[in-house]
Design a protein around this ligand. Structure first.
Ligand code: DX5
Ligand code: ZN
Length: 215
């Protein structure tokens, strides 16, 4: 299992200390939640904090854009040398085909995020270009929410759709991941687990990362 701890649950008063254990851990990616207060009713951090964290982080960045106009963020995000994924929502206010094309042109894998109430079949038009899909297992905007069980069948549905299309698509799941939900997600076919409060809320965050990785 690949593991992408979500910085949203970190101690923002001690980001350097958080990045020290993180860099030494088994984590594969650092999940970064950007919010605009419009697409979701919350704000997280903006470019100054993002750029500081990116400098401190020795691992690839997994950016999750919970913003209305992700196209406005791409140029500045591309300046981060360790940006691996630019995950934007299929529900956002952009030309999805065009933005995926820009992401691909920049040399990044094509990734889309889908909220809990959007049918998985809505991803069909981009199935052939997608390298990864982030399935939200909570409503986007806040950490520490309860896992939505229907996510498990959504993971299986997307896996089946990808197989049918003869396409290898990584499936990432975000929200409510813990010791109970993670084995179920692994069984359903999840490739990447995002975990915020479960990891950063622990006295042994690196231990929690290793536990998830071992799934
Ligand atoms: C929620 C964010 C998540 C969040 C997950 O909108 O996209 O990445 O940090 O937090 P937990 O793991 O606490 O549910
Ligand atoms: Zn996220």
């Amino acid at each position: 299992m690949l593991v992408s701890p979500s910085l949203l649950a970190a101690d923002f008063g001690n980001l350097e200390r958080e990045m020290t254990w993180f860099n030494a851990s088994d984590a594969d990616l650092l999940h970064l939640d950007l919010m605009d207060g419009i697409f979701v009713p919350n704000l997280s951090f903006g470019f100054p904090v993002l750029e500081a964290v990116a400098r401190l982080c020795t691992k690839p960045l997994d950016a999750h854009l919970m913003v209305q106009r992700p196209q406005d963020y791409l140029p500045r995000m591309l300046k981060l040398p360790n940006l691996r994924y630019f995950n934007f929502h299929v529900e956002s206010d952009c030309d999805v085909t065009d933005l995926l094309g820009q992401v691909r042109k920049a040399g990044l894998p094509c990734a889309l995020t889908i909220s809990p109430d959007t049918p998985v079949a809505d991803l069909r038009p981009w199935l052939n270009v997608l390298d990864m899909v982030l399935i939200m297992s909570v409503y986007p905007g806040f950490g520490g929410q309860k896992f939505i069980p229907a996510t498990l069948s959504r993971v299986r549905e997307l896996k089946a759709m990808a197989k049918e299309a003869g396409k290898e698509i990584l499936i990432e799941v975000d929200g409510g991941v813990n010791h109970e939900t993670s084995p179920q997600l692994a069984l359903a076919g999840t490739d990447i687990l995002v975990a915020g409060s479960y990891v950063f809320g622990s006295a042994d965050p690196a231990g929690r990362v290793s536990e998830l990785k071992a799934l």
